[in-house]
Design a protein around this ligand. Structure first.
Ligand SMILES: Nc1nc2c(ncn2[C@@H]2O[C@H](COP(=O)(O)OP(=O)(O)OP(=O)(O)O)[C@@H](O)[C@H]2O)c(=O)[nH]1
Ligand SMILES: [Mg+2]
Length: 278
């Protein structure tokens, strides 16, 4: 895979997702088996950060509120080897990704190109070697639908300005899907999560992005307590209105669906690169 961007509003779980991906380096779940090998010191340190934070029942601080340039942000590289079925070939994904703060994404509605961090973020998102992005949403309450749909309309406008409207993949994700109200919707998130709670956002995306470049997923870095125990493995942090939570039982930590959106982005990205070569 070329580069992908991981973006989304504040507190949508981006940093925790990357840490979970790195900590869960050997995963033998029912859907796909995978191994994650960090490349470089920054990526190796992320595994320790996951141990010191998630496993200790703590939560990451919001990313870089006071950055001056995107070079101030952590940049991670991982080699991910995925084995799906017994007879399926193994695929290797090289994931290069910067941990952006949610502010830079939310600010696309307000910021002017004169703000350099904003400009750097947009330029990096749509560079020609970026196949697409993993877009994490977290708030499913319908009151958020107006804001998310405006954000997406603006994002699609910027995609178009950069000539990427027809050659950029969007893996649209509902994060923290272990939450009881939305856990049943994880099976078909397009219909049962976006189609019910975030109708305008879904409409903006469906109208703006070619069908083959758009897919919907649900994932949870924390997961549920067990295969036969669907209680969410999280505790809400007091006073955060459900935005901040911590892992409830570290010994039963099992993320859900972390790798699937990456596999889809990788598959589609490969097709694009083959097309460019021929
Ligand atoms: N319930 C639940 N909470 C989660 C999950 N993943 C992350 N969180 C919590 O959500 C809050 C925000 O997570 P972050 O990873 O800091 O979110 P972020 O998108 O990086 O936020 P910014 O850096 O501010 O943009 C933290 O309290 C996390 O512990 C999850 O899978 N389930
Ligand atoms: Mg963050």
């Amino acid at each position: 895979m070329g580069n992908i961007c991981i973006i989304g509003p504040r507190a949508s779980g981006k940093t925790t997702y990357l840490a979970g991906l790195c900590y869960y380096s050997e995963y033998g779940g029912s859907r796909s088996k995978y191994t994650v090998s960090p490349i470089g010191d920054e990526s190796r340190e992320l595994k320790e950060k996951a141990e010191d934070t998630i496993l200790k029942g703590l939560s990451f601080d919001g990313t870089g509120h006071y950055i001056h340039t995107i070079d101030d942000l952590n940049y991670y590289s991982f080699k991910i080897e995925v084995k799906r079925g017994l007879f399926q070939p193994r695929s290797v994904i090289i994931l290069n990704v910067r941990d952006y703060p949610g502010e830079v994404f939310e600010n696309i509605l307000y910021a002017s190109a004169a703000v350099s961090v904003h400009e750097e973020f947009i330029n990096e998102c749509f560079m020609s070697d970026v196949d697409g992005c993993l877009l994490l949403f977290t708030e499913w309450e319908s009151s958020k639908d107006d804001f998310y749909s405006q954000l997406m309309s603006r994002f699609l406008g910027i995609m178009d300005e950069h000539g990427r409207l027809h050659n950029y993949r969007l893996a649209v994700v509902m994060s923290k899907c272990e939450r009881g109200e939305i856990w049943p919707g994880r099976i078909d998130p397009k219909t049962d999560l976006f189609g019910i709670y975030l109708k305008k956002t879904l409409k903006a995306l469906k109208e703006g992005v070619p069908k083959q470049n758009l897919a919907f997923f649900a994932l949870s870095t924390f997961g549920v307590l067990g295969s036969y125990d669907p209680r969410p493995n999280h505790d809400d942090a007091l006073g955060s209105g459900g935005r901040a939570s911590t892992l409830r039982v570290p010994s039963r930590w099992k993320p859900y669906n972390l790798i699937e959106p990456l596999c889809w982005l990788n598959r589609e990205g490969q097709k694009r690169r083959e097309k460019i070569r021929t």
